[in-house]
Design a protein around this ligand. Structure first.
Ligand SMILES: *Cc1c(COP(=O)(O)O)cnc(C)c1O
Length: 419
């Protein structure tokens, strides 16, 4: 069978050729892999080919990496223990003291925390700007080593100008790195096809699909700009002389070396196994929940106390034009700005029977108040710049029946739901 379409790749890609004929992916619960001879051990360490130790690579994790690679349209994939680990490794592999990063201003709260609390003390400067071509181009300098943006920036649901940013990145010879968590492993958006060079993502969300395990990944596309990336020009990138390998391979090897071998942010084979099977139903879940989200976005606008609804599928949404070009479905995330700010949000949530948690991409519909949770550690101005207002509620739409969700939302927004 020709594995070209997402739904087909999701259930076929990455299945190993098992010596016993297992049709599933076995869990290799082993810390180390033995060598038959001194020479074989030496060869594995020299080339990085063949397994040695599960902090660095493992066949179950490799099966997941191959599936992710196919689904995002990447050339290389490295799995991590969490999305946060993936972001840190992808960027630390490019940056050192004195370097600069230009990043979209609306980002996941902990990504901003990583910039302020880890990168700043290491002497790495981050410029936060709107994820638009002119703003990003104006912020670039000779010390810029990467551009970083988020698909449907969390939580304001802003879509970057991927193609414009990719052109700026190519012209400046720095990689465009995209946090594609909201792109749902390529089911919703595939930034690598739009010119991005690296995707980082949390697998905790839609890949897991059931809110059960954490995971993350870095995906890398072949491109000739890798030749010009200073961090890869030195010998020793990824533990090998950089002349031995192609550019994207050198970068992927460096990400694996830094993030897994040295920092140990390794995904367990048990969790890799869960994520591997989560991916098999991802497409079905996304299709269904996206349809429900579109219905709810329209319905929410009819409810009292709703100041604004953001959903990329709404024809008058500011992101709709780009969404039509970039998104394969309009996704399962929507936000509601509630009248009355913080107190308004509190009143709605008091009446709300939906699960309240700082997660998304779950089978259940989940609501969160970003101002007091995911983004609460950021200064007020930075929250507002990221589109987080005191009255904002973020919904991750799940697999429930749409009519039941409407009834629940009616209760949240009217006194009829009073508790
Ligand atoms: C959740 C999330 C992350 C971090 O992922 P973890 O798996 O929780 O570490 C990063 N970026 C975005 C956009 C997220 O939603």
């Amino acid at each position: 069978m020709e594995n070209r379409h997402y739904a087909t790749l999701a259930v076929h890609a990455g299945l190993p050729d098992d010596p016993h004929g297992a049709i599933g992916v076995p869990i290799y619960a082993t810390a180390a892999f033995g060598f038959a001879s001194l020479d074989e051990g030496a060869e594995r360490f020299r080339t990085g080919q063949g397994y040695t130790y599960s902090r660095i690579h493992n066949p179950t994790v490799a099966a997941l990496e191959e599936r992710l690679r196919a689904l995002e349209g990447a050339d290389r994939a490295i799995a991590f223990a969490s999305g946060q680990a993936a972001t840190a490794a992808a960027l630390l592999a490019l940056l050192r003291a004195g370097d600069e990063l230009v990043a979209g201003r609306g980002l996941f709260g902990q990504t901003l925390g990583l910039f302020h609390q880890v990168f700043a003390p290491l002497g790495i400067r981050v410029h936060l700007v709107p994820p638009e071509r002119e703003a990003v181009a104006a912020a670039l300098s000779a010390r810029t080593r990467a551009i970083f943006v988020e698909t449907l920036a969390n939580p304001a649901l802003e879509l970057p100008d991927f193609e414009g940013l990719a052109e700026v990145a190519e012209a400046h010879r720095v990689p465009l790195v995209v946090d594609n968590t909201f792109g749902a492993v390529g089911a919703v958006v595939r930034p690598l096809e739009l010119g991005a060079h690296v995707v980082v993502e949390s697998l905790t969300k839609w890949a897991s699909g059931h809110g059960t395990v954490l995971g993350g990944a870095v995906l890398v596309r072949r491109a000739d700009l890798w030749r010009d990336v200073p961090a890869l020009r030195e010998a020793g990138a990824g533990g090998r002389a950089s002349g031995d390998v192609s550019g994207e391979e050198a970068y992927a090897a460096r990400v694996r070396q830094l993030g897994l071998s040295l920092l140990g942010m390794t995904l367990s084979p048990y969790h890799a196994h869960t994520l591997f099977y989560g991916l098999e139903t991802l497409w079905l879940r996304i299709e269904r929940a996206s349809r429900t989200a579109a219905e709810l976005a329209v319905y929410l606008r009819t409810l009292p106390g709703v100041r604004a609804v953001r959903y990329p599928g709404l024809p008058d949404d500011p992101a709709h034009g780009r969404a039509r070009r970039y998104m394969r479905t309009f996704g399962t995330m929507l936000t509601v700005d509630v009248e009355g700010g913080l107190e308004g949000a509190r009143a709605v949530l008091r009446r709300c029977p939906l699960k309240m948690a700082a997660n998304l991409g779950d089978a259940r519909t989940i609501v969160v108040h970003p101002w007091t949770t995911t983004h609460s550690r950021l200064p007020e101005e930075e929250r507002l710049r990221a589109g987080v207002t005191p009255g904002l509620l973020r919904f991750s739409v799940g697999l429930e029946d749409p009519d039941d969700l409407k009834a629940a939302l009616y209760g949240c927004f009217t006194a009829a739901g009073g508790r």
